[in-house]
Ligand binder design. Structure first.
Ligand code: SF4
Ligand code: SF4
Length: 138
């Protein structure tokens, strides 16, 4: 479950879809925060050939290693075990940017229609996230 700005659709629907087969990028600050919470970065991150870092999926569940779940089913429930320390991208999703840097609700979120308008400041956080990720992978 993600969505710092409105948890309700995630919890009401017992949804953890966006935590499965995740490709969530990690900022250096995300890694630092998760390590400070006691998590070993070698267990929760992978480095792609372009140098970018992403959350790792569990081989058993094909879900984020932080998702507590009994099933690899995309629609099975699950609970984030790193909620307070989770990555910035998890906090902002399902808001994402289009190619013109305009925010929209990702159509991959099955409950996007239940989210209220995003709070003031979230687009700014999303832009900062995108720019920081871009800078960190150069
Ligand atoms: S896919 Fe959408 S509703 Fe489901 S957990 Fe993610 S943000 Fe919440
Ligand atoms: S860190 Fe938590 S919210 Fe983010 S993908 Fe993993 S389980 Fe989901």
């Amino acid at each position: 479950m993600a969505a710092d700005w409105e948890k309700t659709p995630c919890f009401i629907n017992q949804c953890s879809k966006c935590c499965r087969q995740t490709e969530m990028p990690l900022l250096i600050s995300d890694i630092t925060r998760l390590e400070a919470a006691g998590h070993d970065s070698s267990s929760f991150s992978i480095v792609l050939p372009d140098g970018s870092v992403r959350l790792a999926n569990s081989p058993a569940t094909q879900a984020c290693v932080f998702l507590k779940t009994e099933s690899p089913d995309l629609h099975a429930p699950g609970t984030c075990q790193a909620w307070d320390s989770r990555p910035e991208g998890c906090r902002i999703y399902p808001l994402v940017l289009d190619e013109l840097d305009e925010p929209f609700l990702d159509e991959l979120c099955p409950h996007r229609d239940q989210f209220p308008p995003p709070p003031v400041g979230l687009k700014g956080r999303l832009l900062v996230l995108a720019q920081t990720l871009d800078g960190e992978t150069r």
